[in-house]
Design a binder for this molecule. Structure first.
Ligand code: AMP
Ligand code: MG
Length: 509
């Protein structure tokens, strides 16, 4: 256990892929490059606010060093760079995007967790910042820190967060994009993952027509991150892509299980590891509504709404597969990978329903039970998390135990609900698989208003105790934690219904 400078730093990505000849510099196109070296912009007054002891342990860190984690100092071993990638944004090819406000400090060889990449989000401009400032505000940094840690403890594959440091500098944002820019406190999150390689990392080189570079990045990725795989021939590429697509399907099935809506499933936000990455205008279902999205930027089309996520996952996998065509002798071998992905995603969806409802294996005859429940959810506002958790605690086909999940019980068709619960009770023979239900249906998730309360206290009073309380609570999301139930096992309060940051989130962060 030691300080950042004592870690075993590596620079595999920089050594094995082609990069920018220029260090740092103004935003620009960098054709052919996979990265640009760039130092973080020093923060005037870096103060550590949140810290993940568990992630620190994984890295072998015993000290927090806010100057380094806030971007003010680079220590020996680090060679900071911004990654260049492209992406499809909302269905359209956007060409070069890249790390506009993320700077990788380097890769660290750990004792038990392999090599982990450390990246600062919000540490200033890079060649990929386009017209923006490369900074991040405190509210979005708190949301990323708390949510990525919560997702990990929920069992959802994700990047992790090591630290949140305020910079002592204001950042100007127009939260609703309605011509009202205002200063907000700036912050930097240090996030940690095996790598931050995305689907768009590969796509950009195909768009550039640089197939040698594509091959170099693919070989780097497979060699270090997919041991056991190779890309020497079509068989190898197909097997590797099948693995990537399966991991992607598993990640999205977890999102569906816990009610997480990513909000911006652009291909530049899809990790090659199948881990949740880039926490922006995400949200959690409160009333179960397949059409809900928290992202106001997507409000009219709702491309990335909850119920659409598995389909978008497949669309994104298709874009990744396409981008591998230049490496294949026989490109027709890519289609079966996509077909298998879709089949796998459907199986996972059935398994998830079977587990959430405590049915054991979902039988074909259960389809009506699930569809009728979905129909019920469209008729009444019912809190997803509370409903499934309480369902697992019913000891008879009696709906009174489910009442806390209803937002407007007076308006719900209770006869229809009674009928549904009766059918469910009969199907499980009066003994649902409660153990599976308890480990599938979390009691605590980072509801949008919970994060907002943590943000309010931090912004208004420099008070991080709500952040800390939620950080602790969400380490045990499946445990009852009765002492915290009255506070956090609650449906969305009325004040949060129309509050910016709770029901509506823009990409402004
Ligand atoms: P996102 O939708 O957050 O994944 O971001 C899409 C692209 O915009 C990525 O290339 C980001 O690096 C870039 N970006 C987002 N916010 C900023 C910012 N404040 N400064 C510079 N680039 C940004
Ligand atoms: Mg992104």
């Amino acid at each position: 256990m030691g300080k950042l400078a004592s870690l075993a730093w590596k620079r595999r990505f920089l050594d094995e892929t082609p990069g920018d000849d220029v260090k740092g510099g103004r935003p620009r196109q960098v054709p052919g490059a996979c990265w640009s070296k760039v130092d973080p912009t020093p923060a005037p007054n870096p103060v550590l606010r949140l810290w993940s002891t568990e992630v620190a342990h994984q890295l072998g860190l015993s000290e927090s060093e806010p100057e380094v984690l806030g971007g003010s100092r680079v220590v020996e071993g680090m060679v900071p760079y911004a990654q260049r990638y492209g992406g499809h944004q909302f269905g359209n090819w956007a060409h070069q995007l890249g790390d506009g406000r993320a700077i990788t400090l380097g890769e660290v060889q750990t004792q038990e967790h392999g090599v982990l990449e450390l990246q600062l989000k919000g540490a200033g401009r890079t060649p990929y910042s386009r017209t923006a400032d490369g900074k991040a505000v405190l509210r979005s940094s708190i949301r990323e820190f708390l949510c990525s840690e919560a997702m990990h403890h929920l069992g959802v594959p994700t990047t992790r967060a090591l630290s949140l440091t305020t910079t002592g500098e204001d950042v100007v944002r127009d939260v609703l994009y309605n011509g009202n820019p205002a200063p907000e406190p700036g912050a930097v999150v240090c996030r940690v993952a095996p790598s931050f390689l995305r689907f768009g990392t590969f796509q950009i080189h195909v768009a550039d027509g640089h197939h040698d570079t594509l091959r170099a990045v693919v070989e780097h990725t497979v060699q270090h991150h997919f041991p056991g795989h190779h890309v020497a021939d079509d068989d190898g590429i197909v097997a590797w892509l099948t693995e990537v697509s399966q991991r992607t399907a598993i990640m999205i099935a977890h999102w569906m299980r816990v009610g997480f809506v990513h909000g911006v499933m652009n291909t530049d936000n899809m990790s090659i590891h199948g881990i949740t990455i880039d926490y922006g205008p995400y949200g959690w279902l409160e009333p179960f509504d397949v059409d809900w999205t928290p992202n106001t930027t997507d409000a009219s089309r709702r491309r990335y709404r909850y119920g659409q996520q598995p389909h978008i996952g497949a669309w994104n996998v298709a874009r990744l597969l396409e981008s591998m065509a230049p490496l294949m002798d026989d490109v027709t071998r890519l289609q079966p990978v996509l077909d298998a992905h879709m089949e796998h995603a459907m199986t996972l969806q059935s398994d998830t329903w079977g587990a959430k409802l405590g049915l054991g294996t979902l039988e074909a005859s259960d389809e009506a039970l699930v569809n009728d429940l979905l129909e019920r959810f469209t008729q009444s506002e019912v809190d997803m998390t509370i409903f499934f958790r309480l369902l697992g605690e019913l000891d008879g086909p009696d709906i009174s135990g489910l009442m806390p999940a209803f937002y407007s019980p007076g308006e719900a068709d209770m006869d229809a609900w009674k009928a549904w619960v009766g059918r469910w009770w009969e199907r499980v023979n009066g003994s649902p698989d409660r153990t599976t239900m308890r480990s599938t249906n979390p009691k605590y998730v980072l509801r949008n208003w919970m994060a907002q309360l943590a943000i309010d206290a931090a912004e208004e009073r420099d008070d991080y105790s709500v952040c800390e309380e939620l950080h602790e609570l969400l380490k045990r999301p499946y445990d009852d934690q009765p002492e915290l139930e009255a506070k956090w096992f609650q449906p969305r309060p009325d004040w949060a219904k129309h509050r910016v940051g709770c029901s509506m989130l823009s990409c402004s962060s």
